[in-house]
Structure formats: C-alpha cells, structure tokens
Design a protein around this ligand. Structure first.
Ligand SMILES: [Zn+2]
Ligand SMILES: [Zn+2]
Length: 246
C-alpha cells in the first residue's frame, strides 16, 4: 500500500501556458481525493485517467476561483453521465457556493451534492484516510489539509507563512506548499521561499507550487533557496509531477 500524488495544476489566477490552476490528486489503493479544483482541473484529471465520479471526495482549501472554478464543470460532468457527485469538503461558505452554483444552473439542482464545511483543527475521514485541518492566513477563509494513511501529506493551500502549517505538518512525509513569489517581492496573503523554512524543517520533503508569472524561470532556484535554508529536500512542481510517498 502506498500513497501517490499528482500535481495536476500548479498555477494561479493569471494564465500561464504550462500551468493549469490549483489541483492536487491523491491516490491510495482505490481511493482518490482531489484537493482544489481550479480552471483546467477536469482536463488534467482526464489526462491522469480519472473521471469525476472516480473521486471519493473533493477538498477545497478556499473558494477563490483558481481553486474552485472547475467544481461547476465537475458537477456538470457528473450530471451529464448520470453519476453521483463526490462529497465536497471546504471552509465556511462552501455550502453557499455550491447552492449558488446550482441556482445559476437550475438543471443541476436535482444533483445531490453533499457538502461538509470544516473549521480549523477539525478532523474527519474519507474511508481509511484521515483528514486534519489548520487555519491558513489568506484574504478569505482558507484551510490547510493534512492527509494521513499509509503516508502523510500536507497541502498548505494559499497562505502567508504561518506556524499553523508547521504544527500541522510535524513529521509529515511530504509538504506541498504554495510559493507564489520569489524572495525580494513584498507579499501579503502568500508565501516566498524563506517564509516556508519553519514548516520545511519538520517534514521529509517539500514541493513548491502555486507559482505566479513572477516566478517564471526561477522556480528551481526558489526550491534550492528553501532547501539550503531548511536542510530539507525541496523541489519545484510542474503540472503532471507524480510522487510516491512513504
Ligand atoms: Zn490561489
Ligand atoms: Zn487564494
């Protein structure tokens, strides 16, 4: 038994030709979880041979469009195929978001969408996979997720550097952390490489993602900068990067 993850989308709200918006696929045995569902996720999922109805759950870190825009298309795909929609977990506001989506497209209203709103430090589970949350520091309500099963993975979502991530990630095999900008740019609501050091120091491996266009060509150097400062192996994500954890 092993956990596999695929970085489906490593980009942001500003279009880039090789980076789809935020999405992360986690697979263990026959369980598949999706964390975030930005624009382009359905295409990336199909490239990974996963159909929406194959997912056991969709976990949203927050409701910014670059993390949630394809949820509508995921519901639409389930409707078109007569399939059940996977349950949706997310921060406060997720229920209202899903209801608004179904209100705009009334033909989707009969589709049953189970929504579970989570608060920080809440634990839940999808089959044998344990899910724990922490509060991210962002411009809207946002969660970081820890996934524990045969291995442990933490996804920061969008956040300023916060010790909440370091506490959630203690001992994790893999930390997937947003790194929106290179060092030297004044940033709020997001992270640059050196802000991630405390969280990187408590895990075995870090993957940086959620790169704004300002990072183009600098991604590997940003990962090296974090690795040098933290002593933990770090790499930059690209769409389609697959990792086996544990
Ligand atoms: Zn984002
Ligand atoms: Zn955001």
């Amino acid at each position: 038994m092993s956990m596999k993850t695929t970085l489906l989308g490593t980009g942001v709200g500003i279009p880039q030709p090789d980076r789809s918006q935020s999405a992360l696929l986690i697979r263990e045995d026959d369980i598949s979880l999706l964390i975030d569902c930005g624009a382009g996720t359905l295409l990336r999922l199909s490239q990974a041979d996963v159909m929406p109805q194959d997912l056991q759950a969709v976990l949203l870190t927050h409701l910014h469009p670059d993390h949630s825009a394809d949820l509508l298309l995921l519901a639409n795909a389930c409707y078109l195929q007569g399939e059940d929609m996977p349950p949706v977990f997310g921060p406060v506001g997720t229920e209202r978001f899903v209801k608004a989506m179904q209100a705009i497209y009334p033909y989707l209203a009969p589709l049953r969408i189970v929504v579970r709103e989570l608060v920080a430090e809440e634990g839940t589970a999808v089959e044998a996979i344990e899910i724990t949350t922490a509060e991210a520091v962002h411009s809207v309500a946002a969660l970081c997720y820890r996934i524990d099963s045969s291995a442990s993975l933490v996804c920061s979502g969008d956040t300023e550097p916060t010790m909440n991530v370091a506490e959630l990630a203690e001992g994790a095999d893999l930390l997937i952390h947003e790194c929106s900008f290179p060092e030297g740019i004044s940033v709020t609501n997001h992270s640059t490489p050196l802000g991630i050091v405390p969280a990187a120091q408590v895990v075995k491996h870090v993957v940086l993602t959620h790169f704004y266009p300002d990072c183009r060509g600098l991604e590997d150097a940003m990962a090296r900068q974090l690795e040098d400062a933290s002593g933990t192996f770090a790499q930059a994500a690209r769409d389609g990067l697959q990792l086996e954890i544990g």
